[in-house]
Ligand binder design. Structure first.
Ligand SMILES: [Zn+2]
Length: 1034
């Protein structure tokens, strides 16, 4: 396996890679040393690590005791730039107590001040060069033996951190050495659900890869009681375990080398508390139908929490087999990745369940186990027993998931031509679970709202369940069978699972109509990727700290990843994409990959001789952030296409001259909506021309919006398209119409078209009836409306409201409120009515109130159609009595999709007392589980009353929030985004900036903070530029 980049690229700091790799200017000096890339097996002996001259005062300190002061930090940065690789400082940010708080920004997002950085780097290089000249004057060289200077009485030595017991810890990097490879784990766990503690024994069989005197592995919050070690057939001896807590590592040192090829066994006995957050082995609870509290224990290990349940080599490339035993009380059941092999009654009366050893090699983050009192429904699908587990009360809500999972399992087995390798597949709904779901091999865990649904629920509710199930099942191949080598390529897992969740359902469950959802997700990914704080899909290897790893779970990794796969699959000749993927799965079955492995596999499946190499094309999309804007200009039959980065910027700076290989597709007025009309052209250079017949009236690029780029048609081009739509809406497909609406709003943000032109396109929508273009128009208008509302531009707010109702009012009023079959109509109806009721349109609020009354008067037996529940509940929650009665229903209902909509209604209240209550309740985790806090916060933020309040709440509760949700994690990204993205004033900008900069290691370095600040600046800029136009034209 090779690196994702050639070695020269890989060694550049991230921002330099982004800014230089596709530019004509010479590359930035390649001085940085990257020692964090995962070494392959076999690799360089990792024991050959960095040595440092003792003469620097920086280096005489142990790690972990003090912060660096500014001067030292500068020294460190410049040293790194000069390739001195001081202890790989870039990876020195620690999980909890960072020894280097004021680090350079995380490399997985770039800062808006790219220029400042370049200037800064230049100055640093200059200053350090001078320092180095002084240093080298006596003729010192860096050697293992030390610098032969006059003061060389202090020889050079490795600088290691201090272990908990004061001894030196024998390793000084966040990534583990590759000198040892685990082969099998034998895990025995005894959770105690009364004392909320557990004990465990982990026996790790391993092979020494290179001679070494140490074994280093991960362990977090585990109290190691005893450790023994055995080499080959030798005697097992007790060994001392050293721990370095900030990096969650433990180590055993040996006086003599362990030799390459030796087989060893490390046995560790330990005790710990069940986690009170959502990762590791954590406790969860729910109230059963009698109101009694029931407890359970479940796991969530991705990305780096397996180490909280058992000591392990907790990196995705250390794959091994696992044998799991769990001791339980008779009233519970246990589940793990594999089928249960046997149950033994222990002398204590407890039962020990032993599971079969995994038949596959797997990464630690995919191990899972559960102790709970769940019940299940099951079905055989070819050689696999599929089961859906839930709390007993909700057994009736598991059937839809079972049907869907069974069908999709068969579908994927056929599609990928590799059968799912395990004999069982469990899908389990956990009452308190943070992520939507987790793809643990053979034991997929879900939130209840992502798995459970009533038979009679609406198809829109079922669409959500199918979506999550399809995603997690795809992971059993993309992620579990073939895993990214390191988190920087997480998109190989998540981009694929996201791509398959839509495409598999579009094929297998066309009635769920996922096309529109996928289109919206692509638009969302573009919004994030048009900011300077975005990052490439496949980032350089500098993703090392837990925060950086957590931040990889974002919409670039998921949705942009999926969008790029869609673009590729829809432009390759028939069959090549699938054939390439089957090659990829077969070649890397059971192992780990980097992005280039994927492109090479698809390239090898090439069917046409003159085809462009997939690697050449796709590297331009995955190695650089952002996406292109294609501008079309036409003179008669000659069409010129020009590409430039689509970068929203508040200071009009141009940052890069990146180029993409863009598979441009287009249709024209003579043939425009059928797939066969599509023509293709690859734009590789800055500009290119193509010929069309002079009689062509207009061109529409990016057919069906399957490409990840935005198109500007110029004034004439837009005018011709607008004309065409006014004449006949159906001249373009609904997705093409949505794509035009999306593109013109984006161009107005960029300042390339005026808001007047936007409104001119929207004029055609009075004849629009399709879901995709209408929901896109509503969502764009609503974001403008909300910004104006938050800014209290009351005059414009009123005019915007009049505009929206003027345009869409008749369509809103014509919606019927009964059960509706088609998912697409449900999507449209709910979007229209939510907008109508939130703008207070009388027809809407009256209908909603009437439906709510029917529902309450019938003792909730007279169902409200699922897609209308949120709007009906939100209207009801406006009154005090309605709000209280909904809260009462929330406490008692066991219908999870209904419950979620009630919660959104409760959180959309305008009553300050209710807002205070719901936020603090969400944080406490009482009636409202803490897992719902991000949803509560984002809903509260949407409305004017909650908007200002919620930001204060987040500031005041920050420390408690990050206790529950790790810094950098998706919930934290969501909380930051929803509370700040509607600010548009200088005061708020300074306020947000000030708050986060004071946080230091509690979150100041997050990419989402950069994104938030950039968004506020852009809002501010947009207001400055557009308020006058809006006043004139709206
Ligand atoms: Zn996933």
């Amino acid at each position: 396996m090779e690196d994702p980049f050639d070695s020269e690229r890989a060694s550049l700091p991230r921002h330099m890679i982004e800014n230089s790799m596709f530019e004509e200017e010479p590359d930035v000096v390649d001085l940085a040393k990257d020692s964090t890339a995962f070494p392959e097996f076999p690799a360089l002996d990792p024991d050959e690590v960095v040595y440092e001259p003792r003469s620097s005062r920086l280096l005489v300190r142990g790690l972990g005791e003090n912060d660096l002061d500014d001067e030292e930090e500068d020294y460190e940065s410049s040293a790194r730039l000069l390739g001195m690789s001081f202890m790989n400082r870039s990876s020195a940010r620690s999980p909890s107590a960072s020894p280097y708080i004021r680090q350079a920004p995380p490399r997985s997002c770039s800062r808006p001040s790219a220029r400042m950085l370049v200037v800064g780097v230049f100055i640093l290089v200059l200053v350090t060069s001078m320092a180095m000249v002084l240093y080298f004057l006596p003729g010192c060289t860096f050697t293992k033996a030390g610098c032969p200077k006059a003061n060389s009485s202090t020889p050079m030595e490795l600088v290691y951190p201090n272990s908990t017991n004061g001894e030196l810890f024998p390793w000084n990097e966040l990534r583990l050495p590759a000198s040892v490879r685990p082969v099998n784990y034998d895990l025995s766990l005894t959770p105690n659900l009364t004392s909320m503690t557990f004990t465990g024994r982990t026996i790790i069989n391993m092979i020494i890869q290179h001679d070494t005197k140490r074994i280093v592995l991960h362990s977090s919050e585990l109290n190691i009681i005893k450790a023994t070690f055995q080499v080959g057939e030798g005697k097992s001896v007790e060994v001392k375990v050293l721990e370095y807590k900030p990096w969650q590592q433990i180590a055993v040192s040996f006086p003599e080398d362990l030799k390459a090829g030796q087989v060893c066994v490390l046995t560790l006995d330990y005790a710990a508390n069940l986690s009170h957050t959502y990762d590791g082995l954590y406790n969860s609870s729910y109230n059963d139908k009698t109101g009694a509290k029931r407890v359970l224990a479940a796991t969530q290990f991705e990305p780096q929490a397996a180490r909280k349940a058992f000591p392990c080599f907790d990196e995705p490339a250390f794959k091994a087999t696992f044998l799991v035993r769990i001791t339980r009380e008779p009233e519970y059941i246990t589940l793990s990745n594999m089928p249960k092999a046997k149950t033994t009654t222990l002398p204590s009366g407890l039962l020990e369940d032993e599971f079969e050893q995994t038949s596959v090699n797997m990464s630690t983050y995919l191990v899972a186990f559960i102790v709970a009192n769940f019940t299940s429904v099951t079905r055989n699908v070819s050689k696999t027993l599929v089961s859906v587990y839930s709390v007993p009360e909700k057994k009736e809500h598991t059937h839809y998931a079972l049907d869907t999972a069974s069908r999709l399992l068969q579908f994927y087995n056929t599609l990928f031509e590799i059968d799912y390798p395990l004999r069982k597949l469990d899908l389990v709904a956990i009452p308190d679970f943070l992520a939507g779901a987790m793809e643990n091999w053979g034991l997929i865990t879900f939130r209840e709202t992502s798995l459970l649904v009533r038979n009679q629920s609406s198809s829109l509710d079922k669409q959500l369940i199918a979506n999550v199930v399809a995603h997690e099942l795809a992971h059993q191949w993309f992620g579990n069978l073939v895993t990214m080598r390191w988190w920087n390529d997480l998109w190989l897992n998540e981009g694929f699972a996201t791509y398959w969740q839509y495409t598999s359902l579009m094929t297998e469950f066309p009635q769920l109509y996922l096309d529109n959802v996928f289109l919206e997700e692509r638009f969302k990914a573009m919004a994030k990727d048009s900011l300077n704080s975005s990052h490439p899909v496949s980032v350089s290897a500098q993703v090392t700290t837990p925060e950086q790893v957590s931040e990889m779970f974002d919409s670039i990794t998921y949705e942009k990843g999926a969008s790029l796969l869609l673009m590729l699959s829809s432009t390759l000749p028939d069959g090549q994409f699938r054939k390439g993927l089957i090659n990829y799965l077969n070649k890397y079955n059971g192992s780990n990959t980097v992005t280039d492995d994927l492109w090479n596999s698809i390239t090898q499946a090439q069917v046409l001789p003159q085809q462009e190499s997939v690697s050449d094309m796709m590297r331009t999309w995955t190695l650089q952030k952002g996406f292109p804007l294609v501008t079309v200009s036409r003179k008669g039959g000659e069409v010129t296409l020009t590409q430039e980065p689509f970068l929203l910027s508040a200071d009009n700076a141009t940052y890069t001259s990146s180029l993409w290989h863009i598979p441009v597709t287009y249709v024209n007025d003579s043939c425009s909506s059928a797939p066969s009309c599509r023509q293709m052209f690859t734009l590789r250079n800055k500009t290119a021309t193509l010929k069309v017949s002079e009689s062509v009236k207009w061109l529409k690029l990016n057919y069906m919006n399957t490409g990840f780029y935005i198109v500007h048609y110029g004034d004439e081009g837009w005018a011709a398209l607008i004309d065409a739509l006014k004449t006949d809406v159906n001249t373009l497909t609904p997705h093409d119409r949505a794509s035009l609406i999306h593109n013109i709003f984006s161009l107005s943000r960029l300042g390339h078209v005026s808001f007047r032109q936007v409104l001119s396109l929207l004029d055609y929508t009075t004849n629009e009836t399709e879901t995709a273009p209408l929901t896109e128009a509503l969502s764009q208008l609503s974001s403008v409306y909300r910004l104006l509302d938050k800014r209290q531009e009351l005059g414009l707010v009123a005019r915007m409201k009049a505009y929206i109702l003027g345009h869409f009012g008749p369509l809103m009023d014509s919606q019927d409120w009964g059960e509706q079959e088609s998912v697409s109509s449900q999507e449209l109806r709910s979007a229209l009515l939510e907008m109508a009721c939130s703008l207070g349109r009388q027809n809407c609020t009256e209908q909603a109130t009437a439906l709510y009354e029917q529902w309450t008067n019938s003792n909730q037996t007279n169902r409200i159609p699922g897609d209308l529940q949120r709007v009906v509940f939100s209207v009801a929650a406006l009154s005090d009595a309605g709000w209280l009665s909904l809260l009462d229903t929330y406490r008692h209902t066991i219908d999870d999709s209904e419950k979620r909509k009630i919660l959104q209604a409760l959180a959309s209240t305008q009553d300050p007392r209710h807002i205070v209550w719901i936020l603090s309740e969400g944080l406490e985790g009482g009636i409202i589980h803490t897992q719902e806090l991000p949803l509560v916060i984002s809903t509260v933020s949407d409305r004017f009353a909650g908007h200002l309040f919620v930001w204060d709440f987040v500031k005041e509760s920050w420390d408690r929030i990050i206790e529950k949700f790790p810094v950098g994690s998706y919930p934290i990204q969501s909380i930051i985004k929803s509370t700040t993205s509607q600010f548009s004033t200088q005061t708020h900008l300074e306020e947000v900036q000030g708050f986060f900069s004071r946080l230091k290691e509690r979150g100041s370095q997050m990419c989402s903070v950069q994104e938030a600040l950039e968004t506020i600046r852009l809002n501010q800029h947009w207001m400055d530029r557009n308020l006058a136009t809006l006043r004139q034209w709206l």
